[in-house]
Design a protein around this ligand. Structure first.
Ligand code: NDP
Length: 465
């Protein structure tokens, strides 16, 4: 049987782009379908525009800090429209760049939504095409709770397109997105109220990371209200009124703001994909509190094995739609491993062990390996913790109260470093290097035998006692 393509990729985000170019480099005939800009969540409405807005938001803190170093305080005002336009321009430049890279790699871009008709046939761009293998890389989408008035709430997608800067924004949620956008909007000059469902943000991260970020954000002036349950949202003359209950209070409370951002999780973007025509199995994502998206129960993702193969042998899936570790470098790694295995005669599996990640909150945090809680659950008392908290040198001349927190989780039996966690400036840059050592199985003795760079915050990782 001959097909139009050796590989048809659905979704030109991080995973799909990486897989399609790698497969084409082996001589495969590849097409990629995308009905939006090319680049996916990370490039178009995630990591990249987010990080640019993080940079923008940091200037306000630097202007304050500069005074301690002898600079006089000037009048600094943000031009919101300038920022949003500049970020959008960069996103469009990257879209073009990725289109060019596909062309260079010999991958055919079909700018249209794709619907799978059967395991080898896809309807795309008004025609039916056939492919030997199909890779689903459709990513995820933000979800909103099923509550009255939620149509007025923003998700992270709209945050990059706001025409005006809200004076007061309420952020609901406690994951990466809620925490990062709270810091961004606060730094850009908005009043920010962050509403957590539980007591502490960032469930799943090491407890010292969670408490250090929460503490740092509170001290910087972000109002954090814990143990809340939102009830409804109404448009009123003054803006948007959010009604919520608070643990320990008998009556509901309300808060009024110009904008409400809901960041309570993302779900695989499986609607209108035609999965029902394939027999591809959907698996639970383990969180049944999320509402339905496009008719699919959103706590469900595409089930895959460790080679990213679905229950249908010629259909594969990578990235957020499989809900393994929802990070761009992971989607890229899964996509390339798939292409190497299926088209490059180099069978290999992507390892989901020791994946480092960062939270671009303010203060910033980064982490690799096991949290203290995970290590204790696995090893009981055979866990040694090294922790350091200090005021960074930079702030010795400023009024800044930011503290750095660094932590190593060590296996007492083997001396192996199981996890490294940091909250503080440049945490992402620092942990990336530490992640190499952790991945290589370095021991605490190896860390201690490394000479520190002085004066730096990073040296603390090799001098902790
Ligand atoms: P997350 O899934 O990370 O966190 C959402 C949190 O919101 C939950 O953990 C939960 O915390 C809380 N929540 C859930 N339901 C409700 C509700 N009804 N009301 C109030 N709070 C609720 O979601 P995000 O949207 O922050 O991020 C989505 C994805 O994007 C993540 O998978 C992440 O990997 C990725 N991402 C990565 C970034 C990075 O690497 N820097 C940056 C941004 C996103 P609790 O149960 O404690 O209440």
């Amino acid at each position: 049987m001959t097909y139009d393509y050796d590989l048809l990729v659905i979704g030109a985000g991080s995973g799909g782009l990486a897989a399609s170019k790698r497969a084409a480099s082996y001589g495969a005939k590849v097409a990629i379908a995308e009905n939006d800009l090319v680049g996916g969540t990370c490039v178009i409405r995630g990591c990249i525009p987010k990080k640019l807005m993080v940079y923008a938001s940091k200037f306000s803190h630097l202007f304050e800090d500069a005074v301690g170093y002898g600079w006089s305080k000037g009048e600094n005002r943000l031009n919101w429209q300038h920022l949003i336009t500049a970020v959008d321009k960069e996103v469009h430049r990257l879209n073009q760049l990725h289109i060019g890279l596909l062309e260079k790699a010999g991958v055919e871009l079909i700018q249209s939504r794709a619907t799978i008709l059967d395991p080898h046939t896809v309807e795309v761009g008004g025609r039916k095409v056939t492919a030997d293998k199909i890779l689903i890389a459709v990513g995820g989408e933000a979800v909103k709770p099923n509550l009255p008035g939620m149509e007025y709430a923003l998700t992270s997608r709209e945050m990059f397109l706001l025409k005006e800067q809200p004076k007061h924004i309420v952020v609901v949620g406690s994951g990466y997105i809620a925490v990062e956008f709270s810091g961004i909007m606060h730094g850009l000059g908005s009043q920010v109220t962050l509403m957590l469902r539980g007591e502490t943000m960032l469930r799943g991260f090491d407890d010292d990371i969670r408490s250090s970020i929460q503490d740092g954000m509170s001290k910087s002036g972000i109002k954090i209200i814990g143990n809340t349950l939102i009830k409804n949202l109404e448009r009123v003359a003054e803006g948007l009124k959010l009604t919520f209950s608070e643990q320990g209070k008998e009556t509901n409370s309300t808060i009024t703001a110009d904008a409400v951002l809901v960041a309570i999780g993302r779900a695989p973007n499986l609607g209108k994909l035609g999965l029902e025509n394939t027999g591809v199995e959907i698996v639970s994502c383990g969180d049944d509190t999320l509402p339905a998206l496009h008719g699919y129960t959103v706590n469900c993702a595409i089930g895959v094995d460790d080679e990213s193969r679905t229950s249908v042998p010629n259909i594969f899936a990578v990235g957020d739609c499989t809900n393994r570790i929802n990070l761009t470098p992971v989607a890229i790694g899964e996509g390339r491993a798939f292409a190497d295995t299926e088209f490059g005669n180099n069978p290999r599996k992507f390892s989901h062990e020791n994946v480092a990640s960062a939270i671009f909150s303010q203060p910033e945090a980064a982490t690799v390996g096991m949290s203290e809680a995970e290590a204790r659950q696995k090893l009981g008392d055979a866990v040694q913790i090294y922790r350091s908290r200090f005021r960074p040198l930079f702030h010795s001349l400023t009024d800044g109260s930011d503290k750095v927190m660094m932590k190593l989780v060590v296996d007492k039996n083997t001396d192996r470093v199981l996890g490294a966690h940091m909250v503080g400036e440049y945490a992402a840059e620092i942990i990336q290097g530490v992640a190499i050592a952790v991945n290589m199985g370095a021991t605490k003795k190896d860390f201690d035998a490394t000479v520190g760079i002085h004066p730096s915050a990073a040296e603390e990782f090799v001098t902790m006692r």
